[in-house]
Design a binder for this molecule. Structure first.
Ligand code: ZN
Length: 328
């Protein structure tokens, strides 16, 4: 059914010059949203590729979803009106938000290194799990990936490690955070809120440990790629500094997960941060560095293509999405 609608709409687009004009009105109905989704499926996921010194980065939108009531996730200790007001001040609706997932491939010229793996098969029913599709569109087959680095072991970062038939990246070795793995793989997580995560790690990570290196802050993944401890979101959450040809970029993973609510108010608590105070302190430390060094960062849940800069303000930071900086 959805597919037929997509075909129908494409045919309309091809034959009727008026479609573009009609689109803004059609956008009010939910049927149109379904059509858009079908169109996106047909076109492949959004990807963005740019150089960083001698490295090449490919960012893939593995998927995205609409979340209701942002205030139930971000700014959980605040009055809902305060969260809504900050969103509206930033030209965003108060009652809904979009959350996307952006794994990134770093091609160093020597190795292809993938950071996080998206939703994998678990996301396909709602249109996510499109990382491999996006990599292929940029000329990378799953077998081309040399190293898979996992920033932390939440489902939206590790589900894509496995396909139904086995490892999604058959020739890869893996880099996992020592502390992160120790936490999630521990049997004593059973019967705690981390039980689901523990079960996932047993299914997705444990089968790969023979091909894994376990790292801590300061360790190097490859020349020019260094791990930095950024604990709080999870017990062993890591970020990665990329440096090549005099250029730098920080992969901040889930240090800040909403480009307005978490950056403009880094102190606000986030439901998904396992240690909320530590996560807030880490957020300020990491983004103070990004602001001071005036370097770009890539945040896994930032608006696609998920790369930008921050300017420091009295209460936090303002996000400035990248434009053409990397092409010059
Ligand atoms: Zn995440």
């Amino acid at each position: 059914m959805a597919e037929m609608k997509g075909i129908h709409r494409r045919r309309l687009m091809a034959t009727a010059g008026l479609t573009a004009l009609a689109a803004p009105f059609a956008a009010r109905g939910s049927a149109h949203a379904a059509d858009d989704e079908t169109m996106a499926q047909a076109e492949g996921p959004r990807t963005d590729s740019f150089p960083l010194g001698d490295f090449k980065l490919v960012v893939v939108e593995d998927g995205s979803r609409v979340m209701e009531n942002p205030g139930e996730t971000f700014g959980t200790g605040q009055a809902p009106e305060a969260v809504g007001a900050l969103l509206e001040e930033n030209f965003l609706p108060a009652d809904k938000m979009v959350n996307g997932f952006a794994p990134v491939l770093v091609d160093t010229g020597e190795q292809t290194i993938l950071f996080d793996t998206g939703m994998g098969p678990a996301g396909r029913s709602w249109g996510a799990g499109r990382l491999i599709e996006g990599l292929k569109a940029n000329g990378y087959q799953p077998g081309d990936i040399d190293v898979v680095v996992i920033t932390h072991m939440h489902g939206d970062h590790i589900n894509g490690l496995m396909e139904e038939v086995g490892p999604a990246f058959p020739n890869a070795r893996y880099v996992f955070g020592d502390k992160e793995y120790a936490f999630w793989s521990d049997e004593s997580r059973m019967g705690t809120p981390a039980e689901g995560g523990h079960e996932s790690v047993k299914k997705l990570i444990v089968p790969l440990v023979d091909k894994a290196t376990f790292i801590k802050g300061g360790d190097t993944v490859a020349p020019g790629i260094t791990a930095i401890e950024a604990f709080g979101h999870t017990p062993g959450h890591m970020v990665f500094m990329l440096e090549s040809g005099g250029r730098k970029l920080l992969l901040t993973a889930d240090t800040a997960n909403h480009y307005v609510l978490s950056l403009q108010r880094p102190d606000w608590q986030v439901r998904f941060d396992m240690d909320k105070d530590m996560a807030a302190a880490t957020r300020k430390q990491v983004f103070d560095m990004v602001a001071e060094e005036r370097i770009p960062f890539l945040g896994y849940h930032m608006p696609f293509p998920s790369v930008g800069y921050v300017e420091k303000t009295d209460q936090g930071y303002v996000f400035m999405p990248k434009t053409y900086q990397f092409r010059l």
